[in-house]
Design a binder for this molecule. Structure first.
Ligand code: GRG
Length: 324
């Protein structure tokens, strides 16, 4: 993805400066640590790219892009605490490397730092960006709560699941793009279509994340494989398998998702087998494709050149072929 390198380079330089360690080190080192572990930087790239596509210097969107990436990294620290996850981006999670309280406070500081970055915009733009950011952050919280609630429910529907990942993951991709459009002073209609593009792509992206959690490679994916199975997460793939399996296989799945064995390897193996045999794994891939195409459709009424729309489609296709 050659055309992304100019955004990546500019972003990396500014990110390094944004997370410099100062006193107290215990607060700032974990911030530098999580950010320096890398990641794909999808969300800030989307912000910069969107601004650029409206022919406005993308550096103008840099602080909004940095805010989105800091917010994303903050949410990863807190998510890993809530999930008791040992690994992130192939390395120890913040709460494992330091401790729980450090993860909570450094995460909180990142959220404030993210808000602070909007202060560089003039009042009208600041208000628009901050408003979108607050709305999005609250939706992410709602999504996270639904996710937690679903762990103890056995009647979650597919549409409830999609609503949960829309809130937890997709709205941030949509907001990242809309922020680029706001900075570029694009029309409201264009900004909203790009928001919808990002949101649909975000749903496809989270479905892909769930798929990779089972079928990915732990080294390239950077997380423990089978983590969602271990923590009994009722993903789209699990819910589809329940619908598509025979009564006895569905019962096995339901039972396995009600226990937490010390050694989860047999559980992971059986669940994985049922996910494939029931056709749920394939159905999830079809759903990823359906949301990706839905996202592409949103580009029809965006006033940017067809060449730029092609770049966004390329980006979407690349995202859905990822193993990371
Ligand atoms: C918003 C106040 C407030 C609290 C946050 C913890 C929490 C509440 C929400 C969790 C949100 C979350 C972590 C969703 C998962 C999204 C997701 C798919 C993460 C992985 O994204 P990638 O693959 O990661 O882009 P990299 O490592 O590439 O940056």
């Amino acid at each position: 993805m050659e055309f992304l390198s100019k955004y990546q380079t500019a972003l990396q330089e500014r990110l390094v400066d944004t997370v410099l360690v100062k006193e107290p080190k215990q607060l700032y080192e974990p911030i530098q640590y999580i950010v320096s572990l890398g990641g794909k930087r999808l969300r800030p790239i989307l912000t910069l790219m969107t601004c650029d596509f409206f022919e406005v210097d993308f550096h103008k969107a840099m602080n909004a892009a940095l805010a989105v990436e800091l917010f994303h990294n903050f949410s990863l620290i807190h998510d890993d605490i809530m999930d008791r996850a040992p690994m992130r981006r192939g390395e120890e999670t913040v709460h494992e490397k330091w401790d729980l309280n450090t993860g909570i406070l450094s995460g909180d500081a990142m959220l404030i730092l993210a808000y602070q970055l909007f202060e560089s915009y003039e009042p009208t733009m600041f208000q628009e960006l901050a408003k979108l950011f607050s709305k999005t952050a609250l939706e992410v919280c709602e999504g996270q709560q639904y996710d937690v609630d679903f762990e103890t429910r056995d009647d979650v529907s597919l549409s409830e699941y999609i609503h949960m990942i829309d809130c937890k993951t997709a709205v941030l991709l949509g907001a990242a793009m809309k922020m680029g459009a706001i900075v570029a002073e694009a029309s409201e209609s264009c900004s909203n279509h790009l928001y919808d593009f990002g949101r649909n792509l975000g749903i496809a992206f989270q479905l892909q994340d769930d798929y990779l959690d089972v079928f990915g490679n732990s080294e390239s994916f950077g997380k423990q494989i089978g983590g969602d199975i271990i923590s009994n997460k009722k993903t789209f793939m699990y819910l589809t398998a329940i619908e598509k399996s025979s009564a006895s296989e569905a019962e096995t799945l339901q039972h396995l998702f009600s226990i937490s064995p010390k050694d989860p390897s047999d559980k992971i193996e059986t669940v994985t087998r049922i996910l494939v045999a029931s056709g749920a794994a394939e159905a999830t891939q079809n759903e990823i494709e359906r949301y990706t195409q839905k996202a592409f459709k949103c580009l029809d009424r965006v006033a940017i050149s067809s060449e730029k729309k092609d770049s966004l489609r390329l980006f979407g296709d690349w995202l859905m072929q990822r193993t990371v």
